[in-house]
Design a protein around this ligand. Structure first.
Ligand SMILES: [Ca+2]
Length: 401
C-alpha cells in the first residue's frame, strides 16, 4: 500500500510517546484497549477536535462474505466525543476506516491496530453511474469493495453515491449469488464523477493496466492492493524516472492520446549480469500472507500489451510454487519498435527462466509480471491485458465467502 510507510511511522512515533513513563500525557491504557482496534482523533484543519463524527471500521477479510450473506460489513462503529475521540474494535486486519462528519469524510486502509490515529475529514465527492440496458437484469445495488458504501440501482439502471471520501474504488454487484467486478475508479475531493454506459458481464479478458489513472498500481488496486515497482542488479543499473508514478506520461507520443508508461533503462551492458526490471504484483493479497499471494492464470490463453521504443526486452511472469516454496519464472524475449506495436504472447512462447518450470506449472500460482532489460532501452508500455479469463475470475479468491 502506498500509504503504509508514512502512516506506520506516525503510529510508531505515537506508540513510543505513549510508552515513555516520564511523559505526563502517557496513556498506556488506551493502547491496551486498542490492541484489537483503533483509537481515533478527528480534528479539523486548524487542529480543533470534531465531535459527533461517525467512525466505522470494515475488515477486508470478511467483506465479501458479509455482502454475499446480506449482512452489514461494518465490524464496529462509534461517534467521536467532545474531544473528537472514538474507539472502534476489530481483530481482523487489514481493515478500512471510514469517518463521516459535518466537516466531510475520510477513508483510510489500516494494516494493523492503531492507538493514535489522527484524521482530518475533507469535502466528499459524489459518484453517479448508469448501467447499460443490455446488462439487464440489473442488480439491486452497487457496492464499493471493502466499504460500507452501497447505492440502490434504480429502475432506469442509474445509481447514486451522494457522499464518498477521496479514495480509489472498485464497484461490485451481487449477481446470482456471486460478486462481479463492474468498474474501478478513483475519486478526488469534491469531485462529481459520472460513470455512464457501465456493463455487467463476464468479459473474457482483463485489462490489468492502461495507466489512465495516477495510481502506481494495477487497475485492481482498490480490491487487491499491489503496486508498480522497480528492481535492479546493482545501484548503477537504473530505471529513469526513479518513481513509477512519474513514469505515467500523457503526451503526443502516448498510446491513443491517453496516458502511458514511459521509462528509460540505463544499464552498462558491457558488464555481464546487469539488469533492471519494472513490474507489478497482481495483488498483495493482504487477505492472506504476502508470500503466498498468488492468482490462478490457468485459464489465460494469451497476454497482450502495446509497446514501443528502442532496445531488447523480456516479459517475465513470476509465481511461487506451493510444493517447493520456490519462486518460479518464465519469460519471453521481444524487441521494441519505434512505433506502437501490439505484442501477443501465448503460453507456449514463455520459457523457463530458471529451472524447468513450465507455463502449466506456474500459471495457477502467478503473483507478478515484469518487463526486464539487460541493456539500454527506451520503453513505452500500455494496455496490458490477459485473455481467456474475466476480472471476477482472476480475483475470485477475494470475492467469495
Ligand atoms: Ca493508456
Amino acid at each position: 500500500m502506498k500509504l503504509a510507510l508514512p502512516l506506520n511511522c506516525f503510529a510508531m512515533l505515537m506508540i513510543m510517546a505513549c510508552g515513555n513513563p516520564s511523559d505526563p500525557n502517557a496513556k498506556g491504557g488506551v493502547w491496551d484497549e486498542t490492541e484489537n482496534g483503533v483509537a481515533i482523533l478527528v480534528i479539523d484543519p486548524q487542529g480543533n477536535p470534531v465531535p459527533n463524527a461517525r467512525v466505522r471500521i470494515v475488515p477486508e477479510q470478511t467483506w465479501a462474505r458479509d455482502i454475499l450473506s446480506d449482512r452489514n460489513p461494518v465490524a464496529d462503529s462509534a461517534l467521536t466525543d467532545s474531544h473528537g475521540q472514538a474507539l472502534v474494535h476489530t481483530s481482523s486486519w487489514p481493515s478500512n476506516l471510514e469517518v463521516e462528519s459535518t466537516l466531510g469524510m475520510i477513508r483510510e486502509s489500516l494494516s494493523s491496530p492503531d492507538s493514535a490515529r489522527r484524521v482530518t475529514p475533507k469535502s466528499p465527492g459524489t459518484l453517479d453511474g448508469v448501467l447499460l440496458a443490455e446488462s439487464k437484469p440489473w442488480p439491486d445495488s452497487m457496492h464499493i469493495a471493502g466499504s460500507s458504501f452501497v447505492a440502490k440501482v434504480q429502475s432506469d439502471g442509474s445509481f447514486h453515491f451522494a457522499k464518498l471520501p477521496t479514495s480509489d474504488y472498485m464497484l461490485l454487484s451481487v449477481i446470482a449469488d456471486k460478486l462481479h467486478i463492474v468498474a474501478t475508479t478513483n475519486l478526488d475531493t469534491s469531485a462529481n464523477l459520472l460513470m455512464d454506459s457501465l456493463r455487467i458481464e463476464d468479459k473474457d479478458s482483463v485489462l490489468l493496466d492502461d495507466f489512465e489513472d495516477q495510481i502506481d498500481a494495477n487497475r485492481f488496486h482498490a480490491l487487491s492492493g499491489s503496486g508498480w515497482w522497480y528492481m535492479s542488479s546493482d545501484s548503477n543499473s537504473q530505471i529513469i524516472p526513479s518513481n513509477p508514478r512519474a513514469a505515467f506520461v500523457a503526451s503526443t507520443e502516448s498510446f491513443q492520446q491517453g496516458q502511458s508508461f514511459h521509462v528509460r533503462f540505463a544499464i552498462d551492458s558491457s558488464v555481464a549480469g546487469k539488469f533492471a526490471l519494472c513490474g507489478f504484483d497482481l495483488g498483495e493479497s493482504r487477505l492472506t500472507h504476502p508470500s503466498t499471494a498468488s492468482y490462478d492464470l490457468s485459464g489465460v490463453d494469451s497476454i497482450s500489451f502495446w509497446a514501443k521504443g528502442k532496445g531488447s526486452m523480456q516479459l517475465q511472469m513470476n509465481g511461487l510454487l506451493p510444493l517447493t516454496s520456490q519462486i518460479a519464472q518464465i519469460s519471453v524475449a521481444f524487441s521494441l519498435d519505434s512505433i506502437w506495436t501490439r505484442h501477443v504472447i501465448r503460453p507456449a512462447q514463455m520459457k523457463p527462466l530458471r529451472g524447468t518450470t513450465t507455463w502449466q506449472e506456474l500459471a495457477p500460482y502467478t503473483n507478478s509480471f515484469n518487463w526486464m532489460s539487460t541493456g539500454e532501452a527506451d520503453f513505452w508500455l500500455d494496455q496490458i491485458q490477459l485473455h481467456g479469463i474475466s476480472d471476477s475470475e482472476l480475483y475470485s479468491t477475494l470475492l467469495r465467502k
